[in-house]
Design a protein around this ligand. Structure first.
Ligand code: ZN
Length: 199
């Protein structure tokens, strides 16, 4: 590695920050990138340098948005009586791909981590309660990973919402214990959705 020019080493170090990319893969990506057309590399660099400013967080649900609010919060298009609680905006795209859900979403950002003492942002829970009340939501689906953190968070939310007139369900059927939604194929996730259980 030490024989590479400095910028190549830096590029490899950046690429290695990506999940699942080790030394060998980072080197392969790097040597591929420097073969790209100059104009493509410039566009890529330009996009990277402005990506955070161009993508906004929807102030209502916390999903990614290009405009003031995301189109998943467009109540003329979505079933506003059902709300699905997810841990991260990326889970929304996994669920959308299953075509088994047409309700609205709420992103938690982080889960309760009993080991690290992480808690959920109070303001976000307040926002969630307000949405449920204002929209007269009938069902809340907790679509969190089947992990220690997911379980602790699901229980916390269930306790928080227990006095509201709601059906609370959680994805269960088909989800392997200890699994993350990210690594589950669309078919299994679709099944987990339709087979959700009262929680
Ligand atoms: Zn939204």
């Amino acid at each position: 590695m030490h024989k590479y020019p400095k910028n190549i080493l830096t590029l490899i170090a950046f690429l290695k920050k990506l999940p699942g990319v080790g030394n060998k893969t980072a080197e392969r990506f790097c040597f591929d990138l420097i073969k790209w057309k100059d104009s493509d590399l410039k566009s890529f660099g330009q996009l990277l340098s402005t990506i955070l400013e161009s993508i906004k967080k929807c102030p209502i649900c916390g999903c990614l948005a290009e405009n003031e609010k995301c189109h998943f919060c467009d109540l003329s298009q979505r079933d506003k009586t059902t709300l699905c609680i997810i841990a991260s905006p990326k889970d929304l795209y996994l669920i959308e791909e299953t075509n088994s859900y047409n309700g609205i979403y709420h992103v938690l950002e982080n889960l309760i981590s009993p080991m690290d003492g992480f808690n959920i942002d109070d303001d976000n829970i307040k926002k969630l309660e307000n949405r449920i009340e204002n929209l007269k939501i009938k069902e809340v689906i907790i679509a969190l990973d089947s992990t220690l953190e997911g379980d602790a968070t699901a229980l916390f939310i269930k306790t928080k919402l227990k006095n509201m007139d709601l059906k609370i369900s959680r994805l269960a059927f088909g989800l392997p214990i200890g699994s993350s939604l990210e690594y589950i194929d669309g078919g299994t996730l679709a099944k987990a959705f339709t087979g959700r259980q009262k929680f």
